[in-house]
Write a protein of this length. Sequence first.
Length: 119
Amino acid sequence: VQLQASGGGLVQAGGSLRLSCAASKGTFSTYSMGWFRQAPGKEREFVARISWGGALTDYADSVKGRFTISRNNAENTVFLQMNSLKTEDTAIYYCAAGVDYSRDAYTYWGQGTQVTVSS
C-alpha cells in the first residue's frame, strides 16, 4: 500500500485544517489506518486511529474532542479533521496503514505533511 498525505499548511491558533491520506488501489478497506505526528526534537507520537470499516476510532488525549478521524473506503482515503488547533499541534503529520487495530503496529507509512500553527 502506498500512502500520500496532504492538506497541511500554516494556520492560526484556533483555526482548522483537514488532512487527507490517499492510498493506492487494492486492499485499503482491509487496513486499519492511523495518524501520527512528530514535532521538532520530539519522538513520533500517536494521534488517532480508525478500524477498517470505520466503526472504531481512538484518539490521543491531547487531541480528543478537537480532532476527528474518518475514512472513505470507496475512495481509498482517510481524513483527519483538526479543529481548535493549538501551537503545540505543530508537527509533521503522517498517515499509516496496518493489519491490526492498534496504536503502534503499522506497516505502511506516508511521507508526511507539515502542519504549522501560529499564535
